[in-house]
Design a protein around this ligand. Structure first.
Ligand code: PBG
Length: 323
């Protein structure tokens, strides 16, 4: 049997495979999300997210040190405030856990890139991502609040702000507010393409951020849409976004790939809580090989076109890669 083309030749050994490998997952691709709370010495596991914890600021600093030691360049900070109100004012309170964690981590591990999630849903009594007027999240009045959140995080020492609210015009509004206060080198990683997804379920338990009425479909995107995603990306780049994020990741890699073909800017994906919970649950039952599935999943995110992966698996992945 004569055959000229035998692709299997290039799969014959691990070294050959590694020489022609098109995409490699690196610890440098990762951002590890953490949840900070008030108090001291707190480390409470989140039930639907095994091995992910609510951390008080002192413990958040310890975890941040581990993140840096593993070679992960960045951490994203989410917080649970001590009080909530109609407009979410604890989101820009310099004494809130998020602002305190940002300052403490920056002081102790200055090289770690700190990303701040800019949103209001954890901070409002109604659990929506903006200011409610007549049962509707008012877009333009919300922008003013988001500007305050971004500036407060910049004051605390954040390197990147990541608006996840999905209001129209928020990237430009935040850019203007940051520049006006001379934070010209604080970048914006925009959750440009954020779908209204069931995959955020465990996060909403963890962050106590479920809407108390209705849902987020009037601002987050319909999972059925792709052209609309391209429009969102275009708008956010035009408004000055430095990094474009797509979220969730696993079921949305077609979007990542399409955006990759279109733009020359960095792309991040958010491997969200529900994606994490599914893998952890199957692994806990012994149904899948966790290490193999996680490495495969994140490598495929790179293949689709992501430069940056925000993932609750990040610490495990770094350990596996470093071994
Ligand atoms: C806040 C926010 C959410 C997530 C990140 N920022 C939840 C939501 O929009 O309801 C989800 C992250 C995850 O599921 O891991 N708006």
């Amino acid at each position: 049997m004569k055959q000229k083309l035998r692709p299997r030749r290039m799969r014959i050994s691990e070294n050959i495979r590694s020489m022609i490998r098109e995409n490699n997952l690196s610890t440098k691709d990762l951002i590890y999300p953490i949840f900070v709370v008030a108090g001291e010495k707190i480390k409470d596991e989140i039930k639907s997210m095994p091995n992910v914890y609510h951390l008080s600021v002192d413990n958040a600093v310890e975890v941040a040190k581990k993140i840096a030691d593993l070679g992960i360049p960045s951490v994203e900070i989410f917080g649970l405030p001590t009080y909530k109100d109609e407009i979410g004012s604890s989101a820009w309170d310099m004494n809130s856990p998020v602002q305190r964690a940002i300052s403490a981590i920056k002081k102790n591990i200055p090289e770690l890139v700190i990303v701040g999630d800019v949103c209001l849903c954890q901070y409002t009594t109604h659990g929506h991502c903006g200011k409610i007027i007549d049962h509707y999240v008012d877009n333009d009045q919300t922008l003013e609040l988001l500007q305050k959140v971004a500036v407060s995080q910049a004051k605390a020492g954040v390197d990147i702000v990541a608006p996840s609210d999905m209001m129209d015009g928020r990237v430009l509004a935040i850019r203007e507010a940051l520049d006006e206060k001379n934070f010209v080198n604080v970048s914006i990683m925009s959750y440009a393409v954020k779908y209204s997804s069931g995959f955020y379920g465990p996060f909403r338990d963890a962050a106590d951020s479920s809407p108390k009425f209705g849902d987020r479909k009037q601002y987050q995107m319909d999972p059925a849409n792709v052209r609309e995603a391209m429009k969102e990306v275009e708008i956010d780049l035009d408004e000055g976004a430095d990094i474009i994020m797509i979220k969730p990741a696993m079921a949305y890699l077609d979007i990542v790939s399409k955006v990759r073909e279109k733009i020359n800017r960095p792309i991040a994906v958010y491997n969200v809580s529900g994606e994490y919970a599914m893998i952890k649950a199957a692994a806990a039952n012994g149904w899948i090989d966790e290490k193999r599935i996680v490495l495969e999943t994140l490598t495929c995110m790179k293949r689709a076109g992501a430069d940056i992966i925000i993932s609750y698996h990040a610490m495990d992945v770094a350990k596996w890669i470093n071994d």
